[in-house]
Design a binder for this molecule. Structure first.
Ligand code: OGA
Ligand code: MN
Length: 289
């Protein structure tokens, strides 16, 4: 781990070059002014996974910090619990009826590589996930860098996919991930949308593959052909060389950039025995171009 940029108002430790860094010595309970938000954003463009260590944020403070980056989103899935703070989703392996940990989750989408809310016309810019209760070990979150994956494609492949558009669908993703099926209301709230397969990051200008489990098929191709292409790209783009696995520590708040990353939860702990509870806020982004 190297510490860089002595001029920053916090200590920055690189966890994975060009992708993940930890921020040490910043208390996010304190008001973060516009200048500091800007410094965090500039750091975020260099490291799309930012790990703020040693935080003890309640829901209110997590909302305040997250809102500094833009408007927050609700969720199409009406199952998420919120206790008075609808902008904070509780991501957990708790059974909603018994309140006990379970390995039989109704929401399985998080365990497949995805980018948050790509089934919306304006998908998520950033997601902030705060560890509230962690299992003794495991329950890591993995991230794959879609800019690095794009760069590593052959020139022929880049030409082939340059102008393709993909359909992203909440209804399809629920079927594919073996989750509880989307309700009629959810399908009405989130009908299928079309996004470019290669998107340009609006801040860094970097081209990134925009894929993941919500991407269902190509808008302008025979269905099976587009599905096969997505499968091929997904396998290529999630190779170990593009991946950072985050091992959670108590107090971590991880903020990631959905415009240039895929991510997934892992089942690497005894889910029937241990609780994993995270508080999640999501910043709305722009339509991908
Ligand atoms: C999410 C998500 C992964 C995890 O909150 O969007 O995918 O490890 N979470 O909980
Ligand atoms: Mn997610």
């Amino acid at each position: 781990m190297t510490s860089i940029q002595e001029s920053l108002p916090f200590k920055l430790g690189v966890l994975r070059p060009g992708m993940a860094a930890e921020v040490i010595g910043l208390n996010l309970n304190q008001a973060i002014d516009d200048g500091l938000h800007q410094i965090i954003l500039e750091t975020f463009y260099k490291f799309p996974v930012l790990v703020f260590r040693d935080q003890t944020l309640d829901k209110r403070s997590q909302i305040d910090f997250s809102e500094g980056f833009g408007a927050l989103e609700g969720h199409v899935n009406r199952d998420f619990r919120s206790d008075g703070f609808p902008a904070v989703h509780e991501v957990s392996n708790l059974d909603l009826n018994t309140g006990k940990p379970t390995a039989k989750l109704e929401n399985r989408g998080n365990y497949h590589w995805h980018t948050d809310k790509s089934y919306l016309l304006t998908p998520s810019l950033a997601t902030l996930l705060h560890a509230v209760t962690l299992p003794p070990e495991g329950g890591d979150t993995q991230f794959a860098h879609m800019g690095e994956a794009y760069d590593a494609l052959s020139n022929e492949k880049k030409d082939e996919i340059a102008s393709l558009r993909m359909v992203h669908s909440w209804e399809q993703t629920r079927i594919k991930s073996g989750s509880k099926l989307a309700t009629a209301q959810e399908i009405e709230d989130a009908p299928p949308v079309v996004h470019p397969l290669v998107r340009t990051h609006p801040e860094t200008g970097r081209k990134c593959l925009y894929i993941g489990t919500h991407a269902s098929h190509a808008a302008d191709m025979v269905r099976g052909v587009g599905e096969a292409l997505l499968e091929e790209l997904q396998i290529f783009a999630t190779q170990d060389r593009f991946v950072y696995s985050h091992i959670w520590r108590p107090g971590d708040l991880v903020m990631w950039d959905n415009r240039c990353l895929l991510h997934r939860a892992t089942e690497s702990y005894d889910m029937a025995k241990h609780v994993r509870l995270m508080h999640r806020t999501v910043v709305r982004g722009d339509a991908p171009v």
